[in-house]
Each structure stands twice: as structure tokens, then as C-alpha cells.
Design a protein around this ligand. Sequence first.
Ligand SMILES: [Zn+2]
Ligand SMILES: [Zn+2]
Length: 357
Amino acid sequence: MTDEYYEGKETELLEQPRCTHCQRTPSTKLLRCTRCKVAWYCNRTCQKEHYRQMHRSLCLGIAEFQQYVQEEEERIRAVEDVFVTSTGDLWGYAETTAYMEATYALSDLYWQAAYQCEVKEVWEKALYHLLEHLRLGAIDTKGARARVPFVLLALNRDDEALTFIQYWVQVDLATEDDPEIIFRAHENTKEGDWIYGPVEKDGRYLDIFQVVSDADPNEVEVPFLVALAIMKLRIVAAYDTAIQSLRLAMTGTAGRVHEVQSAIQDMLIRGDLQSQWEQLIRLLDAIDHLNPSMLPAILNPKPLFQQPPPTQIMPGHPSEAFRTLMDCRRCFYRVPGAAALLRNRLGENPTYDSDMS
Ligand SMILES: [Zn+2]
Ligand SMILES: [Zn+2]
């Protein structure tokens, strides 16, 4: 398949690193930062400049937290191996709280590094640390849960994002009757385990509210709804641009027409377009209902970004829109037509409640 039309994927994901400073891919082998291992350079000059201009605190932070996490882990294990006996409940003990704080901080630094360099390997590192943090502490106090789907989307792992969201929506529904259910999947797991169930191929086409039929769209957390909406936007945009390139291809060679036609057919077999649109609109409606600041903030983030970052995230509040924006905005804007769709819905520069104080 050529990349002449949008395939419903993140287009900027780098399979191979390039220079983190000048963004070039030199013919010589890249140097890799030996301390953090998540930055690459053409030469010493690029490395020095980048370190001085922006890399220093991230690089030192990663090294520092890595060491701290490792030391804490050894200290905790020497007393009792809670990593085996209490997997999933590490927020539940005073002795492991600092450790959990640190594992989140480390995942956040990797997330920042991935956001900067867009290298697949670094996104995978961020994902790994987020998933491990959540596996050890199921009661998510840091918002790791809300970030995971967007990291999966950055990696074009949309089907896994759906599985992950589906898992938490089901758990949230079941916790009222059985609060302990939140820990169940975490018990007896080991480092690196994916605990959210089998990933269905092409699951991204599914309607979450059919898959989890008891779920009320107006009770699902906003970041999940936003991630689901981006999944649907990717599907409908891929279809739209495929149609456009089919028209263009009509004037070209027959082989090209055939190629695009079969791509469209492929999409239609997996999920009909009408249903994908309906799902998308339903998701957007639910987001508007739960947090009226969210969608306008995607189009017009300035009023939020002019304020200091919120110290606490509250559902339905502008602080939640701020936090979600950090994770979703670039991913959203990179879907062709996504911003135009929101503008049609909300107007050019929508105003909204942005007061985070
Ligand atoms: Zn360079
Ligand atoms: Zn570094």
C-alpha cells in the first residue's frame, strides 16, 4: 500500500530514530544519549546544544527516577515481596506509596521524551512504564489510566486501546457490587503482563456501548470517550480520503484504482461507515454532556494553557479538559478533517468555562 492517502493511522510515528535536536537523519550512525537512552544525535554538537537548550532536566530526571525506583524496589523486597503478595494494591500501603509516586513520575518523563522525539521505541517505553505502574496499583491516583489509550493511539495500536478501555468500563460498572474486583486481574501477574484480556483484531470498529451493553455513555470517563472518538475519526477520515484518492486515481492507471478500491472494500467489510459516524456523534455528545469545556478546548486551548497547570483533576471540570488535552490534542489534530468537524459543530473559536482556580 502506498502512503498517498490517509490510512487511519498516526503518520509521524518514527520506526527509526532521527536526530532529536535537528530532526535530520544523517548518513552516519546516530549517537545515543548514554544516560537516558531516549535521545539520539547526529554528532556531539547537536548533542551539546540540545542538552543545554532543553534535554538536561529530562535526561537527569529519567536517570534519577530510574535509580530511585530500583533502590526502592530492592528496599521493599527486602522486607516483604509485596510485588508478589499484593500486586495491584501497592497504593494501599504507606511503605509503597513513595515507590508508586516515583514509578508514575518515571512514566511521565518517558511520555515527555516520546512526545518530543516520536520514536516508536520511546513510546513503547512510556507505555511499558504506564502499564507496569497500573498493574502494581490498580487504584489509579495519578491518571495513568486516562493516558494509556492515547499512548496506544500514538503507536497505532487502536485495537488494544479499545480492549483497555472496555476492560475499565466493565470494572467500573462492577465495582459497585464488588469493590474487590478492581484487584482481581492484577493478582498473580508478573512484570510486563497485559492484564486487560484478549485483543480482538479490528476491535476499533466495535461500538463500545454494544460491547459493554450496560455502560451508559454519560458515565464513562471523558478521556476514554475522547480516545474512542479519535479512533472513530481515524476510521471515517481514512474512508473519506480513500474516496478522494479513488477519484484522483480514476484519471491515472487502472492498477491504482484497483488498489484504492480494495482498501475501501476492506474498510466496509469491517464496519459500515454509517455506524462509525453514528458512534462518533454519540461519543461527541457524551463528551459535551460530561464536560462542556472539553471539545471547545481542543479547538481553542489558549484560555486553559494561559493558566498554571491544575494541581487536582476533577471530572467535568476545566482541569479535566486541561489534562486530557495534553494527551489527546496532537493525536486529534493529525486526523485529516477532525478539526473541521469540530468547527462545524462548535464554531470557529468557541468560548467555554476555562477557570481552573
Ligand atoms: Zn542533529
Ligand atoms: Zn539523555
